[in-house]
Design a protein around this ligand. Structure first.
Ligand code: SF4
Length: 372
């Protein structure tokens, strides 16, 4: 059965309220970020490009876990640019953040690996300047002690996303290959909330686990704590490269829509936000910046659109817009649901040792005059 994507405008009242609270906070404390958000929504409604919202920043990919579904560990090489330093110097971080700000990005999300093991995290947050971006950190929670949560709040972090894959401790620990991971993640949830940080729970959904008891328990937790839960559908990238069996199908996507009646704080990337139209945000909203400066359309699409050491953000976005699928703001997750996109492009990344692929290798398009 075809998923009724026309109903995607049915953002639940509860999720809408939840997101509006964050916006009110942004309006009061970060007027510049709020102004960029409003401009983004207006552009999204009119389909004006380029429009930008979220910069996912993979500053480093080292991690204290070895999760079954990790999508970034395969990006830790310096395939396309061997000459750049292992860590992006702060003057380059500043230049990239300035450019991102000018283009209109209003959220920076630090993603690893595990950001809480980066010794430079404080300096990074300070350098990008929290007065102009809403700052989030995506963590497995292991190191998010009470003290650390309070510290993050003090330095200007607004929100943490805590990755939890099952509400059954043993299952989560097995998925994460780390005994005690669930307990520490739950402590992290409470430490973050007590420190006054906003949180969301981030959960990977496969065809196999969607209807499981472990996921049901997490959904109950979202209701109980009144925090949103991001259901990230599995993709064939990273550790699941080429594993089509984990992908959700149309029926699963419909089931998630139905689940919102009971668990209204469910979010997916493709769902709309208040005042917006929704759709896959890869390129037409967010991009992912790797530790070596490559910009890829999404954490799970391992094909480069350019490199910030070499190209301006504007050039990178223009190059991305040459790919119609990226430009169309698909109602399906390109990396996890759109089989045409997966087979045509993502399959080229399978069994490649060094990722991301270059733009030409991955999309097989030679830049045309538009980029001159
Ligand atoms: S392809 Fe789009 S919807 Fe899927 S994970 Fe990436 S940004 Fe999100």
């Amino acid at each position: 059965m075809e998923t009724d994507y026309t109903n995607f405008n049915l953002i639940t009242t509860e999720l809408s309220e939840n997101l509006k609270q964050a916006r009110e906070y942004m309006k009061k404390t970060k007027p510049r970020a709020y102004k960029k958000l409003m401009s983004f929504l207006a552009k999204q409604r009119k389909d004006i490009f380029p429009r930008v919202s979220l910069l996912d920043w993979g500053y480093g990919f080292e991690c204290n876990f070895n999760c079954k579904h990790c999508g970034t560990s395969c990006l830790s090489g310096h395939n396309l640019n061997q000459t750049v330093p292992k860590r992006m110097p702060m003057d380059v971080v500043k230049r990239v953040a300035d450019e991102a700000d000018e283009l209109g990005y209003f959220i920076i999300s630090f993603i690893g690996g595990e950001p809480l093991i980066w010794s430079e995290l404080d300096e990074l947050v300070k350098t990008v300047d929290p007065s102009r971006f809403y700052i989030t950190v995506l963590t497995n929670g292991w190191y998010l002690t009470k003290k650390r949560a309070e510290h993050l709040k003090d330095i200007g972090v607004n929100k943490v996303g805590i990755s939890i894959d099952s509400g059954i401790p043993k299952e989560h620990d097995a998925f994460r290959n780390k005994h005690g991971a669930f307990k520490r993640a739950m402590n992290a949830v409470h430490n973050a909330l007590n420190a006054g940080l906003r949180i969301h729970i981030s959960t990977t959904i496969t065809h196999q686990n969607l209807k499981s008891e472990g996921v049901r328990k997490l959904l109950e937790l979202s209701n109980k704590l009144n925090v949103s839960i991001d259901l990230q559908c599995a993709t064939v990238a990273g550790h699941w490269q080429g594993n089509y069996g984990v992908l959700i199908n149309e029926e699963d996507a419909n089931y998630i829509l139905e689940l919102r009646k009971k668990y209204p704080l469910i979010r997916r990337d493709v769902f709309p936000t208040p005042g917006g139209t929704g759709g896959c945000p890869a390129l037409t909203g967010s991009v992912f910046l790797t530790s070596s400066g490559e910009v890829i359309p999404c954490l799970f699409i391992h094909i480069s659109l350019g490199n910030v050491y070499r190209d301006s953000f504007k050039t990178i976005l223009d190059r991305g817009s040459l790919i119609p699928k990226l430009r169309e703001n698909s109602k399906k997750c390109l990396a996890g649901e759109d089989m045409k996109f997966i087979k045509k492009y993502l399959s080229r990344t399978f069994e490649q040792k060094n990722l991301p692929l270059s733009f030409e290798e991955g999309f097989r398009i030679i830049e045309n005059k538009r980029l001159k």
